[in-house]
Design a protein around this ligand. Structure first.
Ligand code: SAM
Length: 230
């Protein structure tokens, strides 16, 4: 379970809400039950249930199990899409191991606000489910022009271009990288020109079919991870 506080041996924690429901109703946790925790800072810890109420529990942290995991340095930069679909992308990107999710506002982006708390909750739940001990960072909604203007030199920018490019699996390289996915309506011609002008940009194809934006994001991360992640 994720705990949004620095963990340390001997610390007592109270757990309520959805996490308590999971422990009490799904795992049937009783006093003495072991629970694994992570805090996204120091890694994974073993704790024990010391009290179990009807809707809340108390846990005591026992021992450090493992340091925070190292994830491949991959960012997913994607135009936000409709509610539900962006949640699904955040969940799957977390499971697949991205380090950072950057929602990007483009000319044809139809969603202009993001519920960061909801997105983060999906990411936490996905990390718990797949036993990640490092949460991806969630960047604020960033205009495409600002993202490109401040592009960190040396970070490969794999730009998924439905008009063609090198197959991603063939050009993906380990190291600092990002995948850029457009909105439902695609990038405009001016945006495509601006992206291609970034020295680290590589136009890539995800295959002969035009994928929906959410499918494209998840497929691209999976392809990069298979070719260059670990
Ligand atoms: N431009 C298209 C249109 O208006 O019909 C659709 C855009 S597509 C639904 C959304 C995004 O997914 C694209 O901007 C691109 O980044 C990515 N994408 C989808 N299929 C792709 C493919 N086969 N190769 C590369 N990128 C793809």
């Amino acid at each position: 379970l994720f705990v949004d506080a620095a963990l340390a041996a001997g610390a007592a924690l109270s757990v309520d809400g959805a996490q308590a429901h999971y422990l009490l109703a799904v795992m049937r946790a009783k006093p003495g039950a072991p629970v694994r925790l992570f805090d996204d800072r120091s890694g994974e810890w073993l704790a024990t249930v010391t009290e179990a109420g009807r809707r809340s529990l108390t846990l005591t942290v026992d021992a450090h199990l493992a340091p925070r995991e190292a994830v491949p340095d991959l960012w997913l930069c994607a135009a936000p899409i409709k509610r539900g679909r962006i949640d699904w992308v955040a969940e799957k990107a977390t499971e697949l191991g991205v380090a950072r999710l950057v929602p990007v506002a483009t000319r044809r982006t139809v969603v202009d606000r993001l519920n960061a708390d909801r997105l983060r909750a999906h990411m936490v739940e996905a990390a718990e489910q797949c036993e990640r001990t490092a949460l991806p960072e969630l960047a604020p909604l960033t205009p495409l022009a600002a993202l490109l203007a401040a592009w960190p030199g040396g970070r490969a920018l794999y730009f998924a271009d439905e008009e063609g490019g090198a197959p991603l699996a063939g050009v993906a390289r380990p190291g600092a990288a990002a995948i850029l996915i457009g909105p439902e309506g695609g990038f405009t011609a001016e945006e495509r020109t601006a992206i291609r002008a970034v020295p680290d940009a590589v136009a890539v194809s995800l295959g002969p079919r035009i994928l929906r934006a959410d499918t494209a994001a998840v497929a691209a991360v999976a392809l990069w991870m298979a070719a260059a992640g670990d």
